[in-house]
Design a protein around this ligand. Structure first.
Ligand SMILES: [Zn+2]
Length: 224
C-alpha cells in the first residue's frame, strides 16, 4: 500500500489531538504532535534535539528549520515507512513551503491536509467552559463535565476557577491569530488539491469516521 503522509489542521479546541491519537491506532501510523516530538528529541539528546534545547533554554522560539529537522529525523525512521500523522506544524504558508521542500528531499509528498473545522463560537463554548481546581489542578467543564457543586472540586474540595487562558476574550484573541495564519495555509493546501475539510462540531466518533472515510476514498483514488 502507498504511503499516507497526513497533516492535521484545526483551531485550538477542535479535538485535533484526540483525532490524531485515534488515527494513530486506526491506521497504525506514528502520530507526531510537534510539541511532543520536540520534547522527545531534547530528552534523547539527539543532535537536532540539542540544537532545539539551546533555543528553549534561552526562552526563544525554536526556528522552523530546527523543527523541520526534528520532524525529518522521525519521518526518516522505520516507524514512518508507511506514513505519518503530523499535528502542530505547519502553522503558516512559509512553514508549509519549507515542509514541502523537506518532503521532496526525503522523496515523499503529503497525501492530504485534513482540516477539522469548528467555528469560533463553538471553540469558545468548549474551551471557555473549562474550570480548573486551584489546589489539585483537577479539570471540569461547566457544560460537559460539571462538578457536583458549582465552583467546588469533586476530587479535593478545592476552589474551581476559570484560568486566564480559558477566558473568552483570551480565546477569541488566540482564534484571531489562528485565522490570520491558518486561512492562507488552508488556501495553500486547497490549491494543491490536498485539502480535506471535516465538520469538527460533530461527536468525536463521527469526526473519526469521516476522516477515515476520506482516507479510504483517497487510497481508492490512488490505486485506481
Ligand atoms: Zn481538586
Amino acid at each position: 500500500m502507498s504511503q499516507l503522509n497526513l497533516v492535521l489542521l484545526g483551531p485550538p479546541g477542535s479535538g485535533k489531538g484526540t483525532q490524531g491519537e485515534r488515527l494513530q491506532e486506526d491506521l497504525d501510523l506514528p502520530y507526531y504532535a510537534t510539541g511532543d516530538i520536540l520534547r522527545a528529541a531534547v530528552r534523547d539528546e539527539s543532535d537536532i534535539g540539542l540544537e532545539a534545547k539551546e533555543y528553549m533554554d534561552r526562552g526563544d522560539l525554536v526556528p522552523d528549520d530546527v523543527i523541520i529537522g526534528v520532524i525529518s529525523d522521525r519521518v526518516e525512521g522505520d516507524e514512518a515507512k508507511d506514513g505519518f500523522i503530523l499535528d502542530g506544524f505547519p502553522r503558516t504558508t512559509g512553514q508549509a513551503e519549507a515542509l514541502d521542500e523537506e518532503m521532496e528531499r526525503l522523496g515523499r509528498e503529503l497525501s492530504a491536509a485534513v482540516l477539522i473545522d469548528v467555528d469560533d463560537d463553538e471553540v469558545v463554548r468548549r474551551l471557555g467552559g473549562r474550570r480548573t481546581c486551584e489546589d489539585g489542578g483537577h479539570i471540569f467543564h461547566a457544560e460537559f463535565d460539571p462538578a457536583k457543586e458549582e465552583g467546588v472540586c469533586d476530587a479535593c474540595g478545592g476552589r474551581l476557577v476559570v484560568r486566564d487562558d480559558d477566558k473568552p476574550e483570551v480565546i477569541r484573541n488566540r482564534l484571531g491569530q489562528y485565522h490570520d495564519k491558518t486561512e492562507p495555509l488552508v488556501a495553500y493546501y486547497d490549491d494543491q488539491g490536498l485539502l480535506q475539510r471535516v465538520d469538527g462540531t460533530q461527536a468525536p466518533d463521527d469526526v473519526n469516521e469521516k476522516i477515515r472515510a476520506l482516507i479510504a476514498t483517497h487510497r481508492m483514488e490512488e490505486e485506481a
